[in-house]
Design a protein around this ligand. Structure first.
Ligand SMILES: NC(=O)c1ccc[n+]([C@@H]2O[C@H](COP(=O)([O-])OP(=O)(O)OC[C@H]3O[C@@H](n4cnc5c(N)ncnc54)[C@H](O)[C@@H]3O)[C@@H](O)[C@H]2O)c1
Length: 260
């Protein structure tokens, strides 16, 4: 594929939460292609097994809901039982609901923060003994919405801002043995954007054009483009990187766009 970078993860054991579709699925496929053994986490047995059945290279199942600490421990335990250890944890499971502040319920706040922020923390905590043994590393899915604000997404922004600064704090705490980095994508062509934002809009074509225009590079990303950055951060090529929040957003967070 044009623009594809190759990495060698032969012998490495990788867990991708939220690996059944979208960016997580892109990361799963890229790690498998790079020679890794991969545990795929989806929220249920059914979604996880359905995803595994469609992969062209075999992966193993680590199903479970990462919205609770107990769920995170079960997911990591399942992955380690299948893989015999862990070299890389990718915290990709996430949701992006919300809406204007007036209508946000406590349930919505809890759901977003529990999956996006708490889940990333407790999956890392559960993985720590295994990552210490392998001198492994963690890649967290933050967002451009963790670096700048976005109207109607205040809770999502809070959760992703939390992921960015939690990444920095844990990078300091776990150095020099375990690296912890984050990727900050802009809009990516996944269910989260295609199904829930573009297709759900009154005028999908106008909604897609507006999303594209919000990035100076004038398009939305593919899951493969985010997966490349995840593999880079997880690889030895990034061995001097920790605590980074790497933007892959077509320039969205670079500053004010060119004025007409
Ligand atoms: N799509 C974007 O534009 C975009 C931009 C920036 C950041 N992100 C982040 O990237 C990550 C992946 O997003 P995506 O676009 O691929 O979304 P997606 O909706 O396509 O996929 C989300 C994945 O998370 C899983 N998931 C959700 N809740 C879960 C739970 N409680 N337990 C276990 N798994 C759960 C889903 O099953 C799915 O596999 C998310 O953290 C998201 O916030 C996405």
């Amino acid at each position: 594929m044009a623009g594809q970078v190759s990495f060698d993860f032969t012998g490495k054991r990788v867990l991708v939460t939220g690996g059944t579709r979208g960016i997580g699925r892109g990361a799963v496929e890229a790690f498998l292609t790079a020679g890794a053994r991969v545990a795929v986490n989806g929220r249920t047995d059914q979604s996880t097994n359905a995803a595994l059945a469609t992969l062209s290279i075999e992966a193993v199942a680590a199903p479970g809901d990462v919205a609770t600490a107990g769920g995170c421990r079960a997911v990591v335990a399942a992955a380690v039982a299948e893989l015999g250890g862990l070299d890389v944890l990718v915290n990709c499971a996430g949701i992006a609901t919300g809406g204007p502040v007036d209508g946000v319920s406590e349930e919505t706040w809890d759901a977003i923060v529990d999956i996006n922020l708490k889940g990333s923390f407790f999956c890392l905590q559960a993985a720590l003994p295994h990552l210490r043994a392998s001198l492994g590393n963690v890649v967290n899915l933050a967002s451009d919405a963790g670096l700048i604000g976005e109207v109607g997404l205040s809770v999502y922004c809070a959760s992703k801002g939390g992921v960015v600064n939690m990444t920095r704090a844990l990078a300091l705490e776990l150095a020099p043995d375990i690296r912890v980095n984050a990727v900050c994508p802009g809009y990516v062509d996944t269910d989260m954007v295609r199904r829930d934002v573009i297709d759900a809009a009154a005028n999908p074509a106008a909604a897609e054009a507006a999303l594209k225009a919000s990035a100076p590079l004038n398009r939305i990303a593919t899951p493969e483009e985010i997966a490349s950055a995840i593999l880079y951060l997880a690889s030895d090529a990034a061995r001097f990187m920790t605590g980074a929040a790497l933007q892959i957003d077509g320039g969205t967070t670079a500053g004010h766009p060119r004025q007409a």
